[in-house]
Design a protein. Sequence first.
Lengths: 546, 390
Amino acid sequence: MGSSLKIVGGEVYDPANGINGAVKEIYVQDGKIVEACREPSGVIDATNLVVMPGGVDIHTHIASSAVNAARGFRPEDHRHGLIAKKPGIRSGVGFTVPSTFATGYLYTKMGYTTVMEAANAPIGVRHTHEELIDTPILDKGLYILMGNNEFILKYLKAGEMEKVKRYVAWLIRSLKGYGIKLVNPGGVEQWKYGKDVEGLDDKVYYFDVTPRQILKALAWTNESLGLPHPIHLHANRLGIPNNYLTTLETMHALEGFRLHMAHIQFHSYGGENWGGFCSKAAEVAEYINTHPHITTDIGQVVFGDATTITADGPWQYRLYKLSKNKWYNQDVEVETGCGIVPYVYREKNYVNAIQWAIGLELFLLIQDPWRVSLSTDHPNGGAFIFYPWVIKLLMDKEFRSEMLKRVHKRVLSDTTLPNLDREYTLSEIAIITRAGPARALGLTRKGHLGVGADADITIYLKDSDREQMFEHPIYVLKDGVVVLREGELVGSRDGKLLFVVPPDVGEMDPEFKTEFENFYTIEYENFPIDAEDIPNREAIPAGASR
Amino acid sequence: MAEGVAVKEAKELTVVKGVTCPFCGVTCDDLEVHVVDGKIKDVKNACVLGKDTFMHHLEGWATPRIKGKPATIDECIEAAAEILAKAKYPLIYGLDSTELNAQRKAIELAELIGANIDHTSSVCHAPSLQAVQTVGISSCTVGEVKNRADLIIFWGCNPAEAHPRHPSRYSVTAKGLFTPKGKKDRMVINVDVRPTPTTRMADAFIQVKPNSDYEVFSALELNRFTKFQCAPMRGHGNVVGMAQVLTWQTGYPFAVNMSRGYPRFNPGEYSVADLLAHREVDAALIVAGDAIGNFPAKMAEHLQSIPLIAIDPKESGTTKVATVVIPTAQAGIAAGGMAYRMDHIPLVMKKVVDSPYPSDREVLERILAKVSSMKNGGNGAPSPASKGRG
Ligand code: SF4
Ligand SMILES: [Zn+2]
């Protein structure tokens, strides 16, 4: 006999199952949603409350060597959020780069229960797992950086696609990863010479391949392995004026494949230079509206402190020069790079205000909410704790108008934002914060409240101030257990790692061990991670090859 | 186990491959350890320091004792827990020569008792950590050095003696993607206040005046001209791992104070040197690291005047004067776990032989459980949270 529970009287928003505010009972048994249970051991009265699946974050940076470098390098950031120990609750600090325990608690306090760590150098994945083990409550997965991997570049140069496929499967299997991440494909390899790529057809030194080839190869590999999530792409030219052309070209180049465009706000810029910086949200949204192979998360800018952390080494160097803030760079052998620069987005700064507006334009102009996920590219556009503020901006036109009066006045004249009347409904919010990202991730037990789903449930008090509503859930249940009640954490528990098991596409060639040891600095046998080293985990099978 | 089986196994040689060396931050993971009858007979691929660590791991073992008198491990754990549960402003220190999970437990214990927690970075690499917090750093993993670096500057460091295999595995004779001829593809420069054995490996030696420590800053600026990286040569044992886990759990790499129930960072106030010099701490737990042997007399003096617990596989200056000595299985040899290389890459350490003593992690876990039940009045009720709320 396990625990069981009934939630009664709540207005349920479960868009994956077509439920849009109906009052409906939800039954939970042994951590799963069930049809009904006879004598539930507990009842939650949700009368006048809103019931949704737990939030799912498709793109965030909460645990990795890079994130930890950011923590260590930003002691000034930690003084904004102190979490004291309580029985069962560990202490921590939190703001743009919260400590691990704090990360688990802060997401939970916001009603989120599943998050995807978006950038991991393969050799650092062991480190990420250790941090994720110390990130309580949440279920977590991680994407593995592959867009500048020298083995992949080498196989591509030789035209050996089957080897690319075997290698990718081997990486995901060995490291217990969730999906393929590309960051500035080709450009980070160029950064090892202090350079970048200018566009999709620029050749990468020595390897002689182009970003276009890398993109296509990994998109093809992803489909032929039947991975649950599309390739997750941080496209070339992030943050640079006129990068929307590269963005459109990239999406066009990958027609025929599923593609997740990460933090697309940072890739929707026009203008020949910073002086002419402008929004191209309409063009990008238009493309997405007419091309169903794309999903995206926005990477909304939030005013105030941010920490930019990305594998995009050359971009971080540019930002360091532009912002004159401190700069951390770490190039990673064989695989990728990493840069960190603290940053402050200011309402009155023209570029920052336009960036803020572009994010909102994209949210409002992309018609199909199922293909848009809420993100701030935490902590690049701002901390995840501000999601409720973004929700208010999306749901409340009046609030947007107030903000428009505060920000740099050229947002009024230079973007379409003042003319956009759309207001997100509760159901649409449920889509962009849980149902949609879960679907894009291929997580069939997340983001909905149908029978068989994980009983990760958030219950909110209805409030016309949507920021208040989403910032302070009344209850959060994880695996059917109440972890938050009346806005207070009432207990912690371990969350699990979600990892994909790719299909068996053959072993690596015998000579791979020698090559590996020639270019890496660790033993081949010491590279894979034993599943047993991760105490709580759930294998997600890959689907059929597409 | 039946005796016959034990005899049969007695002569068998087991070769454990891919063993990670726990001694320094080069963190070589290619050692081969030969074990016969539960004893280490040989170690291949290691440098002299690494080999000695394995071959002599049984020498100088500490023994369990309280106030100089022999005791059982259980009694020692009880005594340690009593000291820590009573302390008002304790210190937990050392933690470089142990593995990640023991370090985790030490942080949890620090949180529980409101301790200051610090480690050896504080007394050696604190200035470079603080330089990074101020201006940043441009760095790379050691494989980037192996594959690409055509100019190496050893600045104020002496890998020939402190990190013996760094030059052959990563930085001087190592052959990589764009350095197929190893040493021939590189120019090696040594900058220091005096020549050292490292100077002999260098193509050029530049002597500088003491205290001209601006390498971190200049490496950043050099990126204007070419790709330049700067890598602190850190690492006695797993000191990097301690800085890593302390950072992800508390936000800060060293000198953390938990007396308010949440982490605070203030080098110069919560670092070991200041806490001891100002005679502020009233009890100390030293784990896997010698404090007394390495500290100036004034700091050592205060440590000797307060209840002092030493958890260590070996006798040291600290165990000699400690109130409670708890010997443990040496991490990386008789206990498994994880260690970090100087460039923040984690590697698994294997347990290659058994020890009659528990691991650091186990000892800390048991102390933690004891202190926790003492603080809860032994009745399992949750402790009042008032301390954390103050
Ligand atoms: S260089 Fe360091 S890690 Fe390598 S064998 Fe020697 S002591 Fe051990
Ligand atoms: Zn990102």
